[in-house]
Design a protein around this ligand. Structure first.
Ligand code: IPD
Length: 260
């Protein structure tokens, strides 16, 4: 499928650029929603590279990018995070990713997540499975909540973080353990690869979860919001269907911002 191949090709090229140009100590260029929400020069350069590659082949498609916002209004939209896990990128923690998804009429149909420092490119096309290095991925099934390794993440807003810490305090005693990887796209691919059993986070943006969410779904995970809506614009849950239900039931009463 052309979109899947193109997303993968561009994610690989963007990753090569970032590896070649990443200085030993990347500098913060600006802050966005809060002092902890940072952008480096390479976030912007990488998104520009991705936009120009998409435009060269698909000039009529819309593009939504973390740094540059929305351009165009075609029925096909590319959803781009040039560096998901910017704080890891800044500190040299090898868990950050280029994430590129393609939506048709609002539905994600292809995705590529290049976890650059690990040399891992996760890909998925709707209905075609999730793949890593030629291997088809399956998420872990049949893991009960109390034995589940759960990944999560935190937003940049201090008020939301306070709530997320309170929710975490209730979740931690109920599960095997918690991981905070620092890149939502990579975390979702970790669910797909069975490296964690589930993932939840409130307040993600489409560019954080669009590609990784498809990879996880194509590996057999259920991906959705707390109210069960597809896409999970607010609190995103991701796990094999049985664990999804358990996580949902645990989180629903805890989450003060719960979806209506
Ligand atoms: C962030 C990462 C992180 C998640 C945050 C995101 P960014 O994206 O995905 O894991 O917890 O909510 O904003 O800012 O590094 O592109």
């Amino acid at each position: 499928m052309i979109f899947g191949r193109l997303a993968e090709e561009i994610a690989r090229e963007a990753g090569e650029m970032l590896l070649a140009k990443r200085p030993d100590r990347p500098q913060v260029l600006a802050t966005k929603s809060s002092p902890t929400d940072v952008v480096t020069a390479l976030d912007r350069a990488c998104e520009e590279l991705i936009r120009s590659r998409i435009r060269a082949v698909r000039p009529d498609d819309a593009i939504l990018g973390e740094e540059g916002g929305q351009a165009g209004d075609g029925r096909v939209r590319w959803v781009v995070d040039p560096i998901d896990g910017t704080v890891n990128f800044l500190y040299g923690i090898p868990d950050w990713a280029v994430s590129i998804a393609v939506e048709a009429d609002g539905e994600v149909i292809a995705g590529a997540v290049n976890v650059v420092p690990r040399g891992e490119v996760f890909t998925a096309v709707k209905g075609g499975g999730a793949w890593l290095a030629g291997e088809r991925l399956r998420c872990n099934a049949g893991v009960p909540l109390e034995q589940a390794l759960i990944a999560t993440g935190f937003g940049y807003d201090s008020g939301r973080r306070r709530v997320q810490a309170e929710v975490l305090g209730q979740v931690l005693p109920r599960v095997r353990d918690i991981r905070r990887g620092g890149s939502a796209a990579s975390d979702l691919c970790s669910v797909a690869a069975g490296r964690v059993d589930g993932y939840y986070e409130r307040g993600l943006n489409a560019w954080d979860h669009a590609a990784g969410g498809l990879v996880a779904a194509e590996a057999g995970a259920r991906v959705g919001g707390l109210a069960g809506r597809p896409g999970g614009s607010e609190l995103l849950l991701c796990a094999a269907p049985e664990l999804f239900e358990e996580l949902h039931d645990l989180l629903l009463p805890l989450d003060p911002e719960r979806d209506a």
